[in-house]
Ligand binder design. Structure first.
Ligand code: FES
Ligand SMILES: [Fe+2]
Length: 408
């Protein structure tokens, strides 16, 4: 591996990494390291894929492509959500070629082997009479549906590097239940192709040090950005005051980034006030859709969930935004954002799409640009790891977590 003119082993690169500094250049552009990322980190993580409302009927499917993998997520015969590797057991062709659709069977386009919706091989034309179809089912991918959110994990069931999904789900239940995410639907999806390594995307999403210079709209709506620009502690009395009122409504409050978190896949949760007079993340602070789930009133709060490095949920009283970061290659990632409102909300009557998507759309467009510019500089011969600022502590902890998982 070439770095700074010399040839450095992968192990030495990890060892010489300075704590509190960004990673060395190869971590952001080397295809071999990218392969390791997929194997050791992405391939062991529970990844948010989509919302169940996208595949309501038996035979509805969608594809999730990540690195070299393609996963078929399909509604099975009994209504359960199944996930399979999109690899034919005959000679390995992709089976599903469309991004989504409805099928009665999963039929390979190459030689027409047929699988049922539960992944069993049910037809293999022209094979010898004694051919045992039972030995060639589709490879299963782990899948969980939690409050309508579909997560997959590409590792084997008994892989010790995989955090148990149910523990995370139990830990977060108290916070997520209120909004009833299972009773939402996606009303808009935006793909932001990002010419950058996935870790630059993650780094950017985990810090708000860049918010004031890069995000005038986000900064205007989210009071905490300016208030905490120098000292986080100074803002805490405002949060405490809001929490006092919010608890009276029976809504959860808190900031739980680490407790109970599994080191193999850290997850967390926080709720905080948006801004005086703002009930949701809209330009004027007024509602953009009907109240979600069991919320009794507008509490003026916003909620975030992190499910590991690549999946995030941002919620306010009337809508949910899901963020899915997908590593595509060493220097390309896809950022997919979906906007969800209550399942029974009608466009034009209950919500206006332009108002609903405004903040995260404008903010993600800005993020995409700064992340791409970041990658350009990182590719230079003069790039050296730089020190994270105190306001970037979550990015810094992500970098150390990443190195540790990679070395494990
Ligand atoms: S590769 Fe699928 S049927 Fe031949
Ligand atoms: Fe940003």
């Amino acid at each position: 591996m070439h770095n700074g003119g010399g040839v450095v082993s992968f192990e030495d690169l990890i060892k010489r990494q300075k704590p509190g500094f960004t990673l060395e250049q190869p971590f952001y552009c080397d295809p071999d390291i990218f392969k390791r990322d997929l194997q050791k980190i992405v391939g062991k993580a529970w990844l948010y894929v989509d919302h169940v409302s996208e595949i309501p009927n038996k035979g509805d499917f969608l594809l999730y492509n990540i690195g070299e993998e393609s996963i078929i997520v399909v509604r099975g015969k009994d209504g359960a959500v199944n996930a399979f590797f999109n690899v034919c057991r005959h000679r390995g062709s992709h089976i599903c070629l469309k991004e989504s659709g409805n099928v009665r069977t999963l039929t390979c386009p190459y030689h027409a082997w047929v699988y049922d919706l539960d992944g069993n091989l049910v037809g293999a034309r022209g094979m010898p009479e004694d051919f045992d179809k039972g030995k060639f089912p589709l490879h299963k991918c782990q899948v969980r549906v939690w409050h309508g959110l579909i997560f997959i994990n590409m590792a084997a069931e008994d892989d010790p590097d995989v955090a148990p999904f149910d523990v995370m789900a139990d830990d977060l239940e108290r916070f997520v239940a209120l909004h009833r995410l299972e009773d939402t639907k996606i009303v808009h999806r935006e793909v932001y192709p990002t010419a950058a390594n996935w870790k630059l995307v993650v780094d950017n999403f985990r810090e708000c040090y860049h918010c004031i210079p890069a995000h005038p709209e986000y900064t205007m709506v989210n009071a905490y950005v300016r208030a905490t620009d120098k000292r986080w502690e100074d803002y805490q009395p405002v949060v405490k005051e809001w929490e006092k009122e919010t608890v009276k409504l029976g809504h959860p409050v808190g900031w739980d980034e680490t407790s109970g978190s599994d080191h193999r896949q850290p997850y967390g949760y926080w709720r905080q006030p948006i801004r005086e007079g703002y009930v949701t993340l809209s330009e004027d602070g007024k509602p953009v859709a009907p109240l979600l789930g069991d919320l009794k009133d507008w509490d003026g709060g916003e909620t975030a969930f992190t499910f590991g490095a690549l999946s995030y949920a941002y919620l306010c009283a009337d809508h949910l935004c899901m963020f899915r970061f997908t590593p595509v290659s060493a220097t390309h990632s896809d950022v997919v954002v979906t906007w969800h409102v209550r399942a029974d909300a009608e466009e034009g009557k209950d919500y206006d799409l332009a108002r609903l998507k405004w903040m995260w759309d404008v903010t993600t467009i800005e993020d995409t640009k700064i992340i791409i510019d970041n990658q350009k500089g990182v590719n230079s011969t003069r790039y050296l790891p730089g020190p994270y600022a105190p306001q970037e502590s979550y990015s810094s902890s992500f970098a150390s977590w990443y190195l540790e998982r990679l070395a494990s």
